[in-house]
Design a protein around this ligand. Structure first.
Ligand SMILES: [Fe+2]
Ligand SMILES: [Fe+2]
Length: 420
């Protein structure tokens, strides 16, 4: 019936919402680049599904005020949210991949089987897509969990124990499913839970050359940005180093999930996914030139410049860098065109379109956040300026050795790129 249908879709909305918020929060803590960018994509998929669910619930004339709270599914949504407090990376990956994603996939499948594809056709379209998203997500999580466990065998037992207790709790409250809501009361933290804290330092993929500052021009303004091959290389290095923006996107999405309206999560999921595409553009480009990740500097300085501050400054960092660099992009796309480098041109052109969208997100949500905090929305530009100061203060901590090492690595990369 229509009202029961809306209740179920609302349940699915809150499950997706909760799961994607936790996934976003974990991006900085997980090292492999492939996992960071993969999570960003899955968050976006979940946000699109959740958005469609939410719109559909409204279409079914469900009272909109009831969409502001979980209602009868409180125990279920609390359990979904509990995964944010997973005790370790393997525990997080295993519990999401083995318990929550399969539970959602099965619930969607059962819903599609049981519901009327004519009367409820619009739901069928997006929920069928969600089933295939979930199938892909489950496969990826299985691989990620396996490699996280094999790299940290000492965590294996605790990670499996955590996953078992998540699975047991889910069973106790009746699963996700398509049945009536569970009457179970919320039961508090799971055994072994560790309260989530935003990492002060982002985990880095060990295959790359680890550093804080990823190119000499960041710490030495006399170092040329370059032309020709050097510009092509510099641009790809910038792109892969947008991993910081993926991490910042994840942290701010989750930090403000309960402060700002749903549209914030929807926008910032897309934002995080876009940054992951920019990061992958750089990575794929560098690999196509035959470079080894061990020669490629992967830095942390922008994320760390805002670490320890209120997360509004991570949002400010995104806005600061979007607006600072955007004016160079069309000219650079043109330069790449003149070199006959159509791949770099294509990457830069798509990047420019995304960044234009993001500058809009940055301004809008900084203002909203200030408004919610009872501050003057017009002060968004002060947040941006303070971000510039935080970055320059952090850059000033670069040591002579750090700069010398970085110049050696960058010089070797330029020489190799020019020779090859
Ligand atoms: Fe970007
Ligand atoms: Fe961006």
């Amino acid at each position: 019936m229509r009202f029961d249908t809306a209740q179920l879709l609302k349940r699915f909305f809150f499950c997706e919402r909760s799961l994607l918020v936790s996934q976003a929060a974990w991006i900085p803590a997980i090292a492999p680049l492939e996992v960071k960018t993969g999570l960003a994509r899955f968050i976006w998929q979940s946000a699109e599904t959740a958005h469609a669910l939410r719109e559909r619930v409204f279409e079914l004339r469900f009272p909109s005020r009831l969409l502001e709270e979980e209602g009868a599914d409180h125990a279920l949504i609390e359990l979904f949210a509990a995964v944010k407090d997973s005790p370790s990376v393997p525990a997080f990956l295993l519990s999401v991949g083995k318990v929550f994603l399969p539970a959602l996939r099965d619930a969607y499948h059962d819903y599609l089987e049981a519901s009327d594809s004519i009367a409820d056709g619009p739901t069928h379209r997006f929920l069928s897509l969600a089933v295939s998203d979930k199938t892909e997500q489950i496969q990826a999580f299985e691989q990620w969990a396996e490699s996280a466990v094999s790299e940290n065998p000492q965590l294996r037992e605790a990670a499996h124990a955590w996953t078992d207790s998540v699975a047991n709790r889910l069973q106790e409250i009746g699963g996700v499913g398509v049945g009536p809501s569970s009457s179970a009361a919320a039961a508090g933290p799971l055994p072994g839970a560790r309260a989530y804290a935003t990492p002060a330092h982002p985990a880095r993929d060990a295959r790359f050359w680890p550093c804080r500052f990823y190119w000499p021009d960041v710490v030495d303004s006399s170092y040329p940005y370059g032309e020709g091959m050097q510009l092509q290389l510099r641009s790809a290095i910038s792109h892969v180093n947008e991993v910081w923006a993926v991490e910042a996107g994840g942290v701010i999405l989750s930090s403000f999930a309960d402060v700002l309206p749903w549209e914030w999560i929807h926008d910032s999921a897309r934002w995080t996914y876009d940054e992951s595409r920019h990061c992958r553009m750089g990575y794929e480009r560098l690999m196509a030139w035959g470079l080894d990740p061990a020669e490629i500097p992967l830095g942390t300085y922008i994320y760390e410049s805002a670490a320890g501050q209120n997360p509004i400054y991570l949002l400010g960092m995104l806005y600061f860098f979007e607006t600072k660099n955007i004016r160079h992009k069309p000219a650079r796309a043109q330069m790449f065109h003149s070199y006959g480098d159509s791949l770099s041109e294509h990457d830069m052109d798509f990047d420019w379109a995304d960044e234009t969208l993001h500058a809009g997100y940055g301004k809008h949500w900084l203002k909203e956040l200030l408004r919610v905090r009872g501050e003057d929305p017009a002060a968004y530009d002060e947040v941006r300026e303070r971000c510039g100061k935080l970055v320059s203060d952090y850059v000033a901590t670069a040591t002579a050795k750090e700069i010398a090492d970085l110049k050696a690595v960058a010089g070797a990369l330029i020489a190799k790129a020019q020779g090859g």
